[in-house]
Design a protein around this ligand. Structure first.
Ligand code: ADP
Ligand code: MG
Length: 500
């Protein structure tokens, strides 16, 4: 279990790194928000300006607006070069861009000039590997999981909320609460909050019995060795444009996972495989199913099955699948399932033996499992999947998600305008739809985001004209990678059911 030193110690350690003029600080964590808060606290204490960057928000001062044209990684670094004096820059998910020679070089040049002030670039990612030439400029900060003091904050917040919103009565003394905090150690902040909330809901009140319930729940999560992660149900089909057929299919089966439905004799659905063109909402739809049915969502991280430092992959997979069963009723989401099982077909691969065994374990589970776990798998490249997996009866249905039609594109514009607090009625949606033939949902979302920047920059309101110009300047994937997209469509025509 990673270290859980207290918050104050973490603040001090970071402060020392920054004061000692470490140009690049790397932090391996999946808890971005928590890291951001810690950095903000450190920056405030040191009276050093704090900037954050992400590819979606660009570079901005913590409380300010984004700097012009800073959403591209290289431009963000150019912007950083123009900011002088003390500063802390948190670059979220930046490690992946460092593999690019330009960016890596630029970052090194920047770092060389950094020792003149208390300036540090903090690079965070869930898993981080910097190229060797950057490694020597950088120091790793061990963020670790929340300690008891941070847990106390989480507990306090959840209890207050539960008391206010659900009228849950709280009869815990200070001792109980610190025990509760210890019982949650080993989880991330979000996991801890979720676990506590779930146990509170199930138990109905916050008393001494809650402590052991929380401990059991935590152990269940940890037992899965991090392969399985419960995910917040943050979307339902109201966040999805199009995919009408899939939506109806899901809607019809809503009751089948419930006890009433089963008593009535409904056969619970086993699962769907969603394949199709990139950026058109496969992953979004898979997770929306849980929201639609109002049941838990758990994600199995297929890529991590091959974590070479862990070993015993088959056993871990078996344990994880068992754990999923304990969470039932649950949607088990496996994103890009080909990552786990693709090489099972190709015997030349070094991993082939292991893949074969993993596949066998998985197929057995698919065949023999009890109802209550609904498998929602997505695949970008279904041709890479072993045919056994696609055989009749393994999935209830294989859905194909195609590029959105004009109607759906209009709905996508409306959806993302609304999400950005703009009134879709003020835009010429049919015209926008007509101008974005071949765009994926992700590309339309991106066009709206880019349009907002342009409008802000010109001190104008966002308009149809600005969006049209953004669309015109975009080369959609379906054009730049036309052959790939065509191949996916050809495959699906004969073998899958259109999702729309
Ligand atoms: N049909 C859609 N409705 C709403 N949003 C969409 C749709 N298609 C894509 N998007 C947007 O694009 C993003 C990327 O979609 P995603 O589901 O990850 O694509 P895929 O898994 O098919 O590659 C989503 O998070 C969502 O914001
Ligand atoms: Mg996806």
């Amino acid at each position: 279990m990673p270290s859980t030193s207290d918050y104050k110690t973490k603040q001090d350690e970071l402060q020392i790194l920054i004061n000692s003029r470490t140009p690049i600080i790397t932090v391996e964590t999946s808890e971005e928000d928590r890291l951001e808060k810690l950095l903000l606290a450190v920056a405030t204490q040191m009276a050093v300006p704090f900037y954050t960057w992400s590819v979606t928000t660009g570079l901005k001062k913590f409380t300010g607006a984004a700097l012009y044209n800073s959403d591209e990684p290289e431009k963000a670094l150019a912007n950083i070069a123009t900011i002088t004096g003390d500063a802390i820059f948190l670059l979220k998910d930046f490690a992946r861009y460092c593999e690019n020679d330009h960016i890596s070089r630029r970052l090194r040049d920047l770092a060389a000039n950094f020792c003149t002030a208390r300036r540090s670039i903090v690079i965070s990612a869930a898993s981080l590997a910097l190229p060797p030439e950057l490694k020597c400029e950088s120091a790793a900060f061990q963020f670790g999981l929340p300690g008891t003091d941070e847990m106390l904050g989480v507990i306090n917040q959840v209890l207050v909320e539960a008391n206010r919103e659900l009228r849950v009565s709280v009869s815990l003394d200070a001792n109980d609460i610190s025990q509760l905090a210890r019982n949650l150690l080993g989880l991330t902040q979000d996991e801890a909050a979720r676990t506590l909330r779930k146990c509170l809901l199930a138990h109905g009140k916050a008393d001494a019995e809650l402590l052991s319930a929380v401990l059991d729940a935590k152990n269940a999560i940890l037992r899965s060795d991090g392969l399985l992660e419960t995910v917040r149900r943050d979307s339902s089909f109201t966040d999805v444009a199009g995919l009408k057929h899939l939506r109806e299919w899901v809607d019809k089966r809503r009751s089948a996972l419930t006890t009433e439905g089963r008593r009535f004799g409904l056969v619970p659905p086993k699962g769907v495989l969603i394949t199709g063109v990139q950026g058109c909402g496969k992953s979004l739809a898979a997770r929306a199913i849980a929201g639609e049915w109002g049941i838990e969502l758990a994600r199995l991280d297929a890529g991590r099955l091959y974590d070479k430092y862990v070993g015993e992959s088959e056993k871990r997979l078996r344990n994880t699948l068992e754990l999923a069963q304990e969470l039932a009723p649950v949607v088990l989401w496996i994103d890009e399932i080909e990552k786990a099982f693709a090489s099972a077909g190709t015997s030349g691969d070094a991993d082939a033996g292991l893949s074969q065994r993993l596949l066998a374990t998985f197929l057995t589970w698919m065949q023999e499992r009890e109802p209550g776990v609904f498998l929602a798998a997505t695949s970008n490249n279904i041709t890479a999947l072993p045919p056994e997996m696609l055989r009749k009866g393994r999935f209830d249905e294989i859905f194909f998600v195609d590029l959105p039609t004009a109607d759906v594109r209009a709905a996508l514009f409306a959806l993302y305008l609304k999400k950005n607090s703009r009134n879709p009625a003020l835009f010429d949606l049919p015209k926008l739809a007509a101008a974005t033939e071949g765009f994926s949902g992700a590309e339309i979302e991106q066009a709206v985001a880019a349009g907002l920047y342009t409008a802000f920059d010109r001190k104008q309101q966002l308009s149809t004209e600005i969006l049209l110009a953004e669309a015109k300047g975009t080369q959609p994937l379906s054009v730049t990678r036309a052959e790939d997209v065509e191949a996916i469509r050809d495959w699906a025509k004969s073998r899958a059911v259109p999702a729309d």
